[in-house]
Structure formats: C-alpha cells, structure tokens
Design a protein. Structure first.
Length: 264
C-alpha cells in the first residue's frame, strides 16, 4: 500500500503509463497489458477506491481516486505520463487533470467512454440504454439489493454485442466482478454518474486518443462523433471486433496503439 492509500502495481521501466480500470473491474483487468509492455514502459496500475486490494481505504469517489493517483505521481516525481483510462477510469483521469492540471501528463488514452454517463433532454450520448437520472436511482438500489445476479450481466455487456467472448474470458470477468463489495461499488457508481466532463474535453490540454469498440453495448458511434467535433487534439481508433473492452478483446491491436502513444 502506498502513501496515496491505493494499492498500486508498478512494474517495468521506460515512459510511465497509468492504466486506470473501470467500474467493478480492478487493476488485474490490465494484466495482459503489463505483461506485454513492461519491457518497454513503466506500467502503473492502481486499484481504485472500492476495488481490489484498495477496498475502503480511500473514500469511494472519483475525486478521491484522482487525488490519490496524483499523489502517487508526485511522490514518484513522474513526468510525461500517459494516462490510459478505461470507462470509469477515464473519468478518474479527467478529474485528475481538472483538479491538478496536466503538468505531469503527456497524453491521454480513453477506452470506450463518454464524458457524461447519464442522458437528459439535451444530451443523448450517455449510455446506449438511455439511462437517465431517474432510471439511475433505481439501478443504484439494485446494485446492493440484487448483486448476486449482476456480475454475469455486467460482464456480458463489456464485450461485443453480436459474438461470444474468447473462451474463458466471460467466466473470468464475471468471476472477478463477483468478488467486489457492492456497497462500495454503489458509492463509486453514484460518484461517476454525477459527473460531466464535456467542458474539460473541449479545452483538453494534452493529446487525446479514444480507443472505441465498434460493437460496444454501452456507447454509440455518436459518442465518437462528439469527441471528433469537440476535443482539440483528437485521434480515434476503432476496434472492429470489440465492445466496451478493446484491451481484452483485441489485446494485440490495443498494445500497438499504446506503443504508438508511448513513442510519440
């Protein structure tokens, strides 16, 4: 455990990259990236609040997660960092930059994410399910009341809509998600769904690369279009055979994207 309060895996040497995981899916969901890239980069993988070995040691909010990662970057005096945030991890990365600036950050990779999760009358680029604030209230209660039924459903929605994941991948994902504490996950879900980073992205201070699943069950191509029209230094890579988790579904292509970013 680091002074930041987070459990952080820190392996390899080279330009630092911070892999920031998604909701209910702790840092181990980036194990393949660490194994493949640690010979060429310093791979830093935190377990966010409410997840993995960090658990409840840090308050379960996006802001507390962002502050804790920034504390670690400062402790280690890391510069020219690539932030790679998957889903909720992208929001944590945005919060880090919004709260602490980008002096230590060289570029950003967001994995299949929208700057605002909830939909409303003026925003239809949240989740594809059309989740609104009212519907979210019901889901928040479901997280704890029906947790035993949720891990498999959450895991299945991570992957491409029209095909089965690689053998064992769905079982692995649902099994790891099932280990989470739903009380802590509820707090993190409430925090992440309250946020809106559209204004930040319109003036984003570092190069921004969106790695998006063409078959995502969570976010539509309209999200990609919004980024293209609004984010100043923007690049899109579509993963044709992936859903919400390109780094799991097409790892070789994803690693190539990361290496390209590291070598900028």
């Amino acid at each position: 455990m680091t002074e930041s309060g987070l459990f952080i895996r820190d392996e390899g040497a080279g330009r630092p990259i911070v892999f920031v995981h998604g909701w209910s899916c702790p840092g181990m969901f980036f194990n393949r990236q660490v194994a493949d890239l640690k010979a060429r980069a310093r791979c830093i993988v935190p377990d966010l609040p409410g997840h993995g070995a960090t658990g409840d040691r840090v308050p379960c909010t996006i802001e507390a997660a962002a502050d804790a990662i920034h504390t670690y970057l400062s402790e280690q005096d890391l510069q020219d960092v690539v932030l790679c945030g998957w889903s909720m991890g992208a929001l944590v990365s945005y919060a880090l930059i919004e709260r602490h600036g980008a002096d230590r950050i060289g570029s950003m990779i967001a994995i299949d994410m929208s700057p605002k999760v909830l939909n409303d009358a003026g925003w239809h680029n949240g989740t594809r399910s059309g989740l609104t604030a009212g519907q979210n209230t019901h889901f928040i209660n479901t997280i704890t009341a029906d947790w035993q039924r949720l891990p498999r459903r959450i895991a299945r929605r991570m992957f491409a809509a029209d095909s089965e994941p690689c053998p064992g991948l769905l079982d692995y994902a649902s099994g790891e998600i099932a280990k989470a504490n739903p009380v802590l996950l509820k707090d993190m879900w409430m925090s992440l769904t309250a946020l809106d980073f559209r204004e930040l992205l319109r003036t984003f201070p570092v190069p921004f690369h969106l790695a998006a699943g063409a078959k995502s069950q969570l976010y539509s191509p309209e999200v990609h279009r919004w980024h293209r029209e609004n984010v100043p230094d923007f690049q899109l890579t579509l993963f044709d055979h992936s859903g919400h988790a390109p780094h799991l579904e097409e790892p070789e292509k994803f690693q190539a994207l990361v290496l390209g970013e590291l070598n900028r």
